[in-house]
Design a binder for this molecule. Structure first.
Ligand code: GLP
Length: 263
């Protein structure tokens, strides 16, 4: 696992965006898994800046999303679909035919829908780079504590911790009780994982995910089983890490240590 600790959150966003930008330049048909959440907003802003200043071309990129709420009023601005449009798609030249976002209200039954999403990812050749955040309880996408490491795309219940955290941003909209999420097994099949975490509230889950025991209690610890992981942190999120000096050493040799599709 490559852990990069940047001096500031802004540098973290820029580092992540430049890695994604390199991956797209190297492979214009990159299959990119998107993560929602406050942490990723700056990354998408930096990608939009690369699109504007360096003509980073998104037209052939295939996009997939990690998760979506179930039960929001239709057209809600709180959906992750709205989030991706607001922070990314509205500003870049993505082809709508290449945008595959999980739906919170699919037609037909949810189990068949989740299976069809798995098939879609598989038929497109799998995800090359999966962007990830981490929840304060260690969740990955909406794989809450005690999710199976082999879980697949499915409907799940949101934990009390997650719903409490979400209530800070949902204001008058009722926080949903359910979501659809890629499973930990699905996420683990992406070629490369690029996780971002910033701020002191992420210090504990990050320390447990990266250096703690592999445990379903911390779903994000599943990334320890993956062969190509890059984690980008600011000093506050890295505060609880034991092997910080080793990570700093890695950061200064980053270009030669990166997974092949981010080089
Ligand atoms: C949300 C999402 C995750 C996201 C995480 C962190 O609930 N389901 O995919 O990574 O929690 O969110 P934030 O970046 O807002 O802290």
């Amino acid at each position: 696992m490559l852990v990069v600790i940047t001096d500031t959150i802004e540098q973290g966003h820029q580092t992540a965006a430049s890695l994604v930008g390199q991956a797209i330049k190297k492979n214009p048909t990159l299959r990119l898994g998107l993560a929602a959440g406050n942490t990723s907003i700056g990354l998408y802003q930096s990608l939009v800046a690369l699109h504007r200043s360096m003509h980073l071309d998104f037209s052939a990129v295939e996009f997939f999303s990690l998760d979506e709420f179930i039960g929001l009023p239709s057209g809600s601005s709180m959906s992750y679909e709205a989030f991706f449009h607001q922070h990314l798609f509205r500003h870049v030249n993505a082809d709508p035919a290449h945008v595959h976002l999980l739906k919170g209200e699919p037609q037909g039954d949810i189990i068949s829908y989740c299976d069809s999403y798995e098939r879609l990812i598989h038929d497109q050749g799998g995800i090359d780079v999966q962007l990830l955040g981490i929840g304060i309880n260690g969740h990955l996408a909406f794989n809450e504590p005690m999710s199976s490491f082999r879980s697949r795309t499915r409907m799940c219940l949101l934990s009390t911790d997650t719903r409490e955290k979400l209530s800070q941003t949902f204001n008058e909209t009722k926080v949903p009780e359910r979501a659809v999420t890629m499973g930990l097994g699905t996420i683990g099949e992406a070629q490369t994982l690029l996780m971002l975490a910033f701020g002191k509230e992420k210090a504990k889950p990050i320390a447990r995910a990266i250096e703690g025991p592999l445990t379903a209690e911390i779903p994000a610890s599943s990334i320890q089983l993956h062969q190509n992981v890059v984690v980008i942190l600011d000093p506050a999120a890295a505060r609880g890490l034991k092997y910080k000096s080793y990570y700093q050493q890695q950061s200064s040799h980053l270009s030669m240590l990166l997974p092949r599709n981010l080089m």
